[in-house]
Design a protein around this ligand. Structure first.
Ligand SMILES: [Fe+2]
Ligand SMILES: [Zn+2]
Length: 472
């Protein structure tokens, strides 16, 4: 929610004609019986997601969109029934150097510190089976704890501890998944179906689900959430044109996130809040709430009414643009991943919001996996850059210009015109959004959802409880 930069404002009119031309494509797609939506096709086939989604992904998308190689499907995890450990091999398990050594069937040996094993005991005494919280008192485990015996069974290792005869059991699959020396499977690997990043050629086959499916079954809801996971956004068709129905739709995912803009929004261009979202001026690509410590996860919009001109809606895949930036301007990618910027929301008299930490990079990565996990970019909500070193000032502006170049590349800009009855929802940590200026009366409603609550809902609907428990 903010004004575009002058540069972006200048760019917007020129992109409008291209956007108008493109508008015919999604409209045609929406009207065509042949162009059944991606998720609609999934629901009609099986919904054994996420593998089903990968299979059903149109060849068109596979050819033209970049699929990040580092994302994997939990559905593609190795579920072979082959044993992980050779039961007959008596030397597969040994204890040495305060560690339990376990040789896998492929010859790899994992080493587990004795203390680590005792600390990770998942017996009912040490780990609550329902709450999945640790009950073991780490600080009462002797630092030199050692096994009295280690017995391989058909499904895992049984360990009896020397000092108190406590019996622990670790399944081979759990040990294999959480092996850290060496790392065999990365437990921090992003879950779910492979993400598909896109440019505006996605316009001819937009991810879409039917309102009825989402409201009537968890399968429909799972398909909707998986669209958001894979593409970063999804349309929902056939939504009753009312705030009530839209609010119910949002609540299918999780409770609505309240902010200083309220909970569920129903707004026009009346400057109801001190933010340019509540005006009729053009807004360049941005993510919302960069000024929150925890930016809003999902953002939903439903255009209830518009009787004027303009007001085209822009979506940009930030992950795709980040990849392009990394390829074409690697130094700029590094700069925007390292240099952090301050932001604020202070448009209402009683509001003065700044995040903690006060400064955050535009490109945010997982500390362990190094994967890009969050785009945090609103050039208009940026506060004064007085924290940079002199040489950082040059580097930052140079990188910012490269980023803007990629974001405003026409082929990265997906322009659509929202319609009453057709809701859009997008991942605010991945997709940037904007709009062209408009005339006339325009009424929009929508909501934010917390990132964690969206991911939790997606995860529990798309992955088995056993799998999720083992991942912890
Ligand atoms: Fe916004
Ligand atoms: Zn235990």
């Amino acid at each position: 929610m903010a004004t575009p930069t002058t540069a972006l404002r200048r760019l917007l009119p020129s992109t409008r004609s291209a956007a108008l031309q493109q508008l015919t494509t999604p409209r045609k797609a929406a009207m065509s019986t042949k162009a059944t939506s991606i998720a609609a096709r999934t629901t009609s086939t099986s919904l054994q997601m996420p593998a089903a989604l990968i299979r059903s992904r149109p060849a068109f998308l596979q050819q033209t969109c970049y699929a990040t190689q580092r994302y994997y499907s939990s559905g593609t995890r190795d579920k072979s029934s082959q044993p992980l450990v050779d039961q007959k091999d008596k030397s597969a398990v040994s204890v040495a150097d305060k560690k339990v050594h376990l040789r896998w069937i492929d010859g790899t040996t994992s080493r587990f510190h004795s203390f680590w094993l005792r600390d990770h005991c998942h017996c009912p005494e040490c780990y609550h089976t329902v709450t999945k919280q640790r009950l073991v008192n780490t600080f009462k485990i002797p630092r030199d704890v050692k096994p009295k015996s280690v017995t391989p069974t058909s499904t895992g290792l049984e360990v009896v501890w020397d000092h108190d005869n406590h019996k622990s059991f670790y399944s081979y699959s759990w040990l294999n998944k959480h092996s850290y020396d060496p790392k065999i499977r990365d437990p921090y690997k992003p879950e779910g179906a492979a993400k598909v990043t896109w440019d505006n050629s996605i316009a001819s086959n937009l991810p879409e689900v039917a309102y009825k499916d989402v409201m009537e079954s968890d399968k429909g809801l799972a398909a909707w959430l998986d669209n958001i996971h894979v593409y970063g956004f999804s349309f929902v068709s056939g939504v009753p044109v009312s705030t009530e129905a839209t609010e119910e739709l949002a609540k299918r995912i999780a409770f609505i996130r309240e902010t200083h803009y309220g909970g569920f929004w129903d707004f026009t261009s009346d400057l109801g809040h001190g933010d340019t979202a509540y005006t009729d001026i053009a807004l360049g690509s941005h993510t919302d709430t960069t000024y929150f410590t925890d930016p809003a996860g999902l953002q939903m919009f439903h255009l209830l009414h518009h009787d004027g001109e303009g007001g085209l809606n822009l979506l940009v895949d930030g992950f795709h643009c980040a990849k392009v930036l990394k390829e074409q301007y690697p130094e700029s990618y590094k700069t925007l991943s390292k240099i952090s910027v301050p932001s604020h929301s202070a448009g209402d008299a009683a509001t003065h919001i700044v995040p903690s930490p006060r400064h955050n990079p535009i490109l945010n990565h997982d500390q362990v996996t190094k994967d890009l996990v969050q785009i945090r970019f609103n050039n208009d909500d940026r506060s004064t850059l007085d924290h940079l070193d002199a040489d950082q000032v040059e580097a930052f502006y140079s990188a910012l210009f490269d980023w803007n170049k990629v974001l405003t590349d026409e082929k990265h800009m997906l322009w659509t015109k929202f319609q009453p009855g057709r809701v859009v929802i997008f991942d605010n940590w991945r997709c940037l959004h904007g709009r062209s200026s408009f005339t006339g009366k325009r009424r929009m409603c929508g909501a934010y959802t917390n990132w964690d609550d969206y991911r939790s809902r997606w995860r529990t609907l798309n992955t088995s409880a056993e799998q999720l428990a083992e991942d912890l």
